[in-house]
Each structure stands twice: as structure tokens, then as C-alpha cells.
Design a protein around this ligand. Structure first.
Ligand SMILES: CC(=O)SCCNC(=O)CCNC(=O)[C@H](O)C(C)(C)COP(=O)(O)OP(=O)(O)OC[C@H]1O[C@@H](n2cnc3c(N)ncnc32)[C@H](O)[C@@H]1OP(=O)(O)O
Ligand SMILES: CC(C)C(=O)C(=O)O
Length: 665
């Protein structure tokens, strides 16, 4: 069997109503409709395994907690589960709040109506809901009834219902309402629907205070949503005593337009919407009440339903229905607050940065690329927003590092680290989780343990030798000095002397520079590791109490240093984190040095101490070649380094015992 070449004979086009002066297209939705949740009836009847009493019980309580005031709880005449559940609701004190209406459904069959009404005895507010087909297809095929017979049955059952509900002082229910659904309204002749509804209305005799509910279902969605809106507008305009009627919608989703149909039909005059959470229901489902409510919310209208903790709702819906919420389901789907692609992540990250920068409060206007709703408003976390796979770029990766380690990576480091992430995602062929990205960063920049260099002990002192060209520092121009006078304090030079552990061996090293960082760079140069500082950034990290990833006190300094090896194009980044800003920068330089050595094609061992405080390499070893290469033309670091040196200016001497801190991250 194949699709028909010409389906026009088999499937006839829907004929829209002719309403040239239709009003709904220029209307907007500016008020919240009455909601009816039919999860426990229409939703439940479509499940492979309908809910048991306990599941219904829990679901009902959730609906009440969310704020639903009208809940269709059962089809009591279907059997013991629904009947007993209804009885349990009615007879358990305190479960049904006084302002909540319990709605129950029955076909137009007297014995079933009787049983349905009986199930409600003892309740405060109850809606009896009857349905009967008005569409030619159903009348002819299912019932074998003419229009007259259908109308007569509708009237007869309404009268009977009235006699055992609102007209019966012993009905046992404090307040009755009545709902009538002309089944497959959307496929019915509108004049006939009106005719039946007028007759039903006359039989029930509603008032403005106690209106009748005409629920107009798109039992099967058969046309574009504008056609449904036309039908609703036609009904609203032509039915008499409109003020005594609540016009209710019940859209199904066969063409995937139930939400649109419900929204346009509200513009066309409807007062009430029946649907289910996340759209469970017959075939493609009922209209999704979550989407409708949050669509309103994102237009600045509170829907009266509280989805602050949408994840808990999802939990109950999924376990009760035994159907997972689709990952792309509006608002609730796992992937709808996620971006994988680089340009989306970049835009979202910039959006959040702009919001932070403007000190926006939670209530300030939401202007965010790609995200129509602040995920926080529905209890979803920012962590879920940006996820990283092979389609991601630096922005998303930087976001994760910001969220997990509180580090604001400089742009260059973002680019460098995202290449590492890209390699990993390509290799694994899957998404990397935030924790994995964090671990990758910690490892790549040696935040837990520097595999090559450990700062064991050090002193930063003023270099009193006043030599214009201290050993190892060829980056500085000679200073003008008057013999017999000390240099002005702003020109004081620093001497790094300390113990650095290299590949498990401790070595005393020294170097002099304009500040602590350049002094360490000079000391490293004495080891043949001649690195120029090409970029330097630092920021403080305010710990919000025991954040994971980096141990420490409340405030720490994070330093990012980009280095080039003299005469080399290759650049490496180093990262250091420590309570002390100077030590943080020293760690960053050693982190870069370690990356640099590790990135060389061969391992630079062995080192051999030449004198007690300097090191050299075996002649002919890979490092000695490197040293020869690096000894070319050292350059001074950029201005940013001066910022760090200013910190050092504040104290004459900085001492540190780095070993334990070198382990810190
Ligand atoms: C669009 C909707 O969602 S409507 C709600 C549908 N929900 C359900 O059907 C769930 C609960 N249903 C049930 O438990 C059963 O179907 C019952 C108790 C209603 C009826 O059970 P049965 O008597 O065994 O009938 P069965 O289910 O086989 O067929 C339905 C019968 O109801 C009739 N019927 C269907 N709709 C209606 C209606 N609105 N009013 C009166 N009779 C109706 C059918 O024509 C059929 O009658 P028939 O046996 O004379 O041919
Ligand atoms: C009973 C009615 C309202 C129904 O469920 C439908 O038509 O889909």
C-alpha cells in the first residue's frame, strides 16, 4: 500500500464558515480563561494502563496544589476504579478544597447518569458533564440517529439530569453545575449545534449566577485553527442568553494545532479551556494546559496556575501516565532550555552577561536571545541551559566554567580550552556533561596538581644588588641610577628565591624581575624555560560558601596567563587559583610552564643540578635543544603584568610556602 497519488476524492477539504465580518483576528488574549484539567478523565481513558486509585489520588492533589479549580476526576459509570476514586475524594475530609469543582462525565444513558450522580453525593461543588454526538459521521455511523432523535435524547437526558441534581433537594451536593458537549462539534453543522444547545439550555434553565457550560470539542482536529475560531465566534454570536452560558473549548491535537486552536478560539469569545498537562489524551492528545498557561505568562499574564516547580509536575505526570514527556515539549521538555550550538550558546551567554551587568532584578524585562522564558521562573536551572557537544563553541564552554568554577575565562583562554573540549567531544562522539567539562579544565590547567612543577617554598624580596641587568632578566631596560643613592621605590626590583619541584626533584632557583611574576619567569629562564607573558588577567572569586571545585576561603584570586616561548609561535595558557594574589599568579605561570613542556614532542629529562640554586640540562638532551632555541630574543610582557606588580609594590617582602597550595585548586 502506498499513499494515493490523488487523495482529493478520499479526503475532502474542510469547508470554512462564511463569516466576512469575523472579529477574532484583531482580538488579543488579555484575560485568563477558566481552566478545566481533564487528566484524570480524558487523559486517563487514553492510557495503555489507566491510573490506579493511588495514582489518581496523588495526581488530583497535584492539580489542586497547582491551582486548578475545576477538575474532571472520572467517568464514574466506567467501573469500580473511577467510582470508588470519586467516592474517596468526596468522603475524605479536607482533600477537595471548598472552591474546587469536581467534574464527572457520563454518556446520555439514564442508568449511567444515575450512577454518575450518585458518585458525587456529599460533595460541595459538582459539575455533571453529559456528551452526545451532533456530527453527521457519529450520528449515522455510531448511533444511527437522525438530528431530531439526537436532539430529543439530549433534552431528555438533560431533564433527567436536572431532576436528580439541582432539582433534587436530596441530591447530597451543595452546588450543581451542568455541562453539555456536542461531540465532534468541530465536524458538526453549526446551525444544528445551536439548535441542540438552545434546547438543552431551555431544559436546564441556567441563570447568570449559575451559567450552563457548553463545551464545544474539537473531538478530532480536522481543520486549521482559524476554522475552529470561526466556529466558536459563530456560536458565541448566535446563541441566545450568552450571559447565562460559559463557552468552553476542548481541542484535540490531531493536526498538531490544538494550542493554536485554543488560543484563537479564546480570541473568538470562549471563556474556558479543557485540557491536560503536557497534552496527554486520546490519539495525539488533548490541548496542553502547561503550554497554554505559560504562553500567557510570557505575555505578562499570570495564568493562575503555579508552575514554579515544573520538574516535580513532570515527575508525577510521567510516572502516572507511564509516558515520557517529549524532550522538545514546549516549556517542559528536557531540551527546550538547552542550547548546544555555538552561536546560540554565545548569544545566551551574552544575554545573561548583559542582564547581570545591568543589575536586572528577577522582575525586570526579559530580553534574552533564544529563550522566551526565564528558566528560573519554572524552577529550571541555568546549568541546563547550555550543554556542550561537537556543535558547541567557546561561549558555551566558558559558560559552564563560569557556572562550575566561577572563573571568567579571558577570550583567548576560551578559544584555547574550547579546542580541548572539541577534541574530546569529537573523540567521544557525545555530549560532555558540565562536570566532565569542569574536570577537563581542572586537568588541562593543572588546578589540582601540576604534573611537572611544584612551588615548594619561596621568598620575594627586594633586590638590593641594584644591578640594571639582573641575571636572568633581559626583559628590562637599564635603569638610570645615581651612585650612592637607592633607586626610587617604584623602581625597586624583586627577587624570587625558592624551591621548585620539577618532576619529583626539588631545586633551588632564583631570578630577578620587576615584580614577583617576572622574577619567577627569570628563575624559570635559568632552567632554560624562557617564557614571555603575552596576556595576563586576574579576578577575585567570591565563594558562596563551599562551592565545589576549588577549596579555599571566601575570596580567592584567579589568574590567567598566556605565554609564548621565545622565538616560538606556540602559545600556552596557565591558570592559578589561590587566596593570595601573588601566589595565584606564580601558580598560573608554573601551570603554563608545565603545559608548555608537556606539549613538546619529547620529554625533557633528565635535569641535572649544576650549582645548588640553578639547573641545567644534559648537553644534547631535548631540553638543551629547547634552551638553545629559546635563548633567542626575549621580549617584555604586556602592560597587564604591571597590574600584578603593583600588588607586590605594597609589601617589601612576600613569603610563601607553596607546596600545600600547589595542590590546592
Ligand atoms: C469523546 C470522549 O472521550 S467520550 C468519553 C469516552 N470515554 C469512555 O468511553 C470511557 C468509559 N466508557 C465505558 O466504560 C463504557 O464504554 C461505557 C460504560 C460508557 C459503556 O459501555 P458498554 O455499554 O459496554 O458500551 P460500549 O463501550 O461497548 O459502546 C458504547 C455504547 O455507548 C453508546 N454511546 C456512545 N456515546 C454515547 C453517548 N454520548 N450517549 C449515549 N450513548 C453513547 C454507543 O453508541 C454504544 O452503544 P451500543 O452498545 O448501543 O452500540
Ligand atoms: C466528552 C467530550 C468532551 C470529549 O472528550 C471529546 O469530544 O473529545
Amino acid at each position: 500500500m502506498v499513499m494515493l497519488k490523488d487523495p482529493s476524492k478520499k479526503y475532502r477539504r474542510f469547508k470554512p464558515l462564511d463569516i466576512p465580518d469575523r472579529q477574532w483576528p484583531t482580538k488579543t488574549i488579555d484575560k485568563v480563561p477558566r481552566w478545566l484539567a481533564t487528566d484524570l478523565r480524558d487523559g486517563n481513558q487514553s492510557l495503555v494502563d489507566p491510573m490506579d486509585g493511588e495514582q489518581k489520588w496523588r495526581y488530583f492533589q497535584m492539580l489542586v496544589k497547582l491551582g486548578y479549580k475545576e477538575i474532571e476526576v472520572s467517568f464514574p459509570s466506567s467501573g469500580a476504579t473511577d467510582y470508588d476514586f470519586t467516592r474517596r475524594l468526596v468522603t475524605t475530609p479536607g482533600v477537595v478544597p471548598d472552591d474546587v469543582w469536581l467534574q464527572v462525565l457520563s454518556p446520555c444513558r439514564k442508568e449511567l447518569i444515575r450512577r454518575t450522580v450518585d458518585s458525587l453525593k456529599g460533595s460541595k461543588k459538582a459539575v455533571l458533564h453529559l456528551y452526545l454526538a451532533t456530527s453527521p459521521c457519529f450520528q449515522q455511523i455510531v448511533f444511527g440517529m437522525s438530528n431530531e432523535q439526537s436532539k430529543a435524547l439530549a433534552v431528555e437526558c438533560t431533564k433527567y439530569a436536572r431532576s436528580i441534581t439541582k432539582d433534587d433537594p436530596n441530591s447530597g451536593v451543595e452546588e450543581w453545575a451542568y455541562e453539555f458537549s456536542p461531540e465532534t462539534f468541530s465536524d458538526s453543522n453549526m446551525d444544528f449545534v445551536l439548535d441542540v444547545c438552545e434546547a438543552v439550555k431551555a431544559a436546564w434553565e441556567p441563570s447568570e449566577q449559575h451559567p450552563i457550560i457548553f463545551n464545544l470539542p474539537a473531538t478530532v482536529e480536522m481543520s486549521t485553527p482559524n476554522v475552529y475560531a470561526d466556529q466558536i465566534e459563530f456560536f458565541c454570536r448566535n446563541v441566545t442568553e450568552r450571559e447565562k452560558i460559559c463557552v468552553s473549548l476542548h481541542p484535540h491535537n490531531d493536526r498538531g494545532c490544538a494550542v493554536a486552536a485554543a488560543e484563537l478560539a479564546q480570541m473568538a469569545g470562549a471563556d474556558r479551556v479543557e485540557g491536560t498537562l503536557f497534552g496527554n489524551g486520546e490519539r495525539t492528545g488533548n490541548v496542553d494546559l502547561v503550554t497554554l498557561a505559560l504562553n500567557l505568562y510570557t505575555q505578562g499574564i499570570h495564568p493562575g496556575i503555579d508552575f514554579s516547580d515544573l520538574n516535580s509536575v513532570i515527575d508525577i505526570v510521567e510516572t502516572s501516565n507511564k509516558i515520557p514527556i517529549h524532550p522538545r515539549q514546549p516549556y517542559g521538555g528536557q531540551l527546550v532550555v538547552c542550547a548546544f550550538s555555538g552561536s546560540h550558546q554565545d548569544a545566551i551567554k551574552k544575554g545573561f552577561q548583559a542582564r547581570e551587568k545591568s543589575n536586572a532584578t528577577r522582575e525586570d524585562p526579559w530580553v534574552m536571545p533564544y529563550l522566551p522564558l526565564d528558566p528560573e521562573d519554572i524552577g529550571r536551572t541555568y546549568e541546563a541551559i547550555i550543554r556542550v557537544n561537537s556543535q558547541s563553541g567557546k561561549g558555551g564552554v566558558a559558560w559552564i566554567i563560569k557556572r562550575t568554577l566561577e572563573l571568567d575565562l579571558p577570550r583567548g583562554l576560551q578559544i584555547a580550552f574550547s579546542k580541548i573540549v572539541q577534541r574530546e567531544t569529537d573523540m567521544l562522539g557525545r555530549e560532555l556533561l558540565p562536570n566532565e567539562i569542569k574536570e577537563l579544565f581542572v586537568e588541562a590547567y593543572h588546578l589540582n596538581r601540576n604534573p611537572r612543577f611544584g612551588l615548594v617554598d619561596y621568598n620575594i624580596t627586594t633586590d638590593r644588588s641594584a644591578s640594571p641587568h639582573p641575571a636572568g632578566d633581559t626583559t628590562q631596560k637599564p635603569q638610570q641610577q645615581t651612585p650612592g643613592k637607592t633607586a626610587p621605590s617604584r623602581n625597586l626590583r624583586r627577587k624570587f628565591s625558592g624551591v621548585i619541584e620539577i618532576d619529583g626533584h626539588e631545586h633551588h632557583v632564583e631570578g630577578v624581575g620587576n615584580g614577583a611574576l617576572s622574577a619567577l619567569a627569570a628563575a624559570l629562564k635559568n632552567l632554560g624555560i624562557d617564557l614571555d607573558i603575552a596576556d595576563y588577567k586576574e579576578h577575585s572569586i567570591e565563594r558562596r560558601g563551599g562551592g565545589e571545585g576549588v577549596k579555599g576561603r571566601d575570596t580567592q584570586a584567579a589568574t590567567f596567563i598566556e605565554c609564548t616561548a621565545s622565538g616560538q609561535a606556540q602559545k600556552v595558557w596557565g591558570v592559578g587559583i589561590h587566596e593570595d594574589v601573588v601566589q595565584s599568579s606564580l601558580f598560573a605561570l608554573l601551570s603554563a610552564a608545565s603545559s608548555f613542556l608537556s606539549s613538546r614532542p619529547s620529554t625533557p629529562v633528565p635535569f641535572r643540578p649544576k650549582r645548588s640554586n640553578t639547573l641545567d640540562m644534559e648537553p644534547g638532551s631535548p631540553l638543551s635543544g629547547l634552551r638553545n632555541e629559546l635563548n633567542g630574543a626575549p621580549k617584555s610582557g604586556p602592560d597587564a603584568v604591571a597590574k600584578l606588580e603593583a600588588h607586590v609594590e605594597k609589601g617589601e617582602q612576600i613569603n610563601g610556602t607553596g607546596k600545600e597550595n600547589a595542590e590546592a585548586s
